[in-house]
Write a protein that binds this ligand. Structure first.
Ligand code: CTP
Ligand code: CA
Length: 232
């Protein structure tokens, strides 16, 4: 943190980061969720604040204390995360979506606890699609704002990790896509991470295997030269 503070290269910048994983309720006590811990988004927020940025962290079910100097907006569902991000993003210089947003949610939420012996017991759970927050933020972004996405990918018979990631970057329309290769097992909940930062201009920067703080620093290094406007 000492070294970060010495280089206040994000001073005057407003940054909005989403972190964690959304939970989509089935009834008052149950949800569909995912294993995202929020540690990578937390590291991005912490490092940005240490480097002088004004940071808001939209945190979906993150069980970590607020990083020093960071404003935290807690959310639960994808719809809540969307509402918070759309409200926070307009005056940001950089928006980073590390949150694992559930692609689908239960079509209906039972008002009372589902009972296994009732007639309403579901044999299957009908799902509907959640909004794509990143795509919406790209569509609505003001001139000069940088939008950064994250993707955990595995290679398969249709392409390797980077091929999938390049296609996703193009599809989403964001400026940077940080890609984690999760073929070899989970990164979820672990303190370390390895990544490639893909840019819409075609460059790919490999981040050596390191801590999530190191990945965060590499993301901010990729962001800095691409910031158009001078700091406020
Ligand atoms: N994302 C989002 N809203 C969604 C789904 C994803 O904003 N409903 C964002 C994530 O925060 C991440 C990026 O989009 O920054 C990529 O997420 P990912 O799940 O890899 O993309 P999808 O388009 O959902 O593709 P896939 O079918 O591979 O899950
Ligand atoms: Ca997805």
């Amino acid at each position: 943190a000492g070294a970060d503070a010495l280089r206040a290269d994000l001073a005057g910048r407003r940054v909005v980061v989403s972190a964690g994983g959304t939970r989509e309720p089935l009834d008052p006590v149950r949800y569909l969720g995912n294993r995202s811990s929020g540690k990578q988004g937390w590291a991005l927020a912490r490092v940005a604040a240490a480097r002088g940025a004004d940071v808001t962290l939209v945190a979906a079910n993150v069980d970590l204390p607020a990083p020093f100097g960071v404003r935290v907006v807690p959310v639960g569902t994808a719809e809540e995360l969307r509402t918070a991000m759309v409200a926070e993003a307009p005056d940001a210089d950089v928006v980073v979506m590390t949150a694992a947003v559930a692609d689908f949610r239960p079509a209906t939420v039972a008002a009372t606890k589902l009972k296994k012996d009732s007639a309403s017991e579901p044999g299957s759970v009908p799902l509907v699609r959640n909004p794509d927050v990143l795509a919406e933020l790209v569509t609505k972004r003001p001139p000069g704002q940088l939008v950064v996405g994250f993707a955990a990918e595995t290679g398969d018979e249709t392409g390797d990790v980077l091929a999938h990631a390049r296609a996703k970057l193009a599809r989403k329309g964001c400026d940077l896509l940080v890609v984690n290769d999760v073929s070899g097992g989970g990164v979820f909940g672990r303190p370390d991470n390895a990544a490639v930062v893909l840019a819409a201009d075609g460059t790919a920067t490999e981040v050596p295997h390191g801590t999530k703080d190191a990945v965060a620093a590499a993301v901010w290094q990729a962001v800095l030269p691409r910031l158009a406007r001078p700091p406020a």
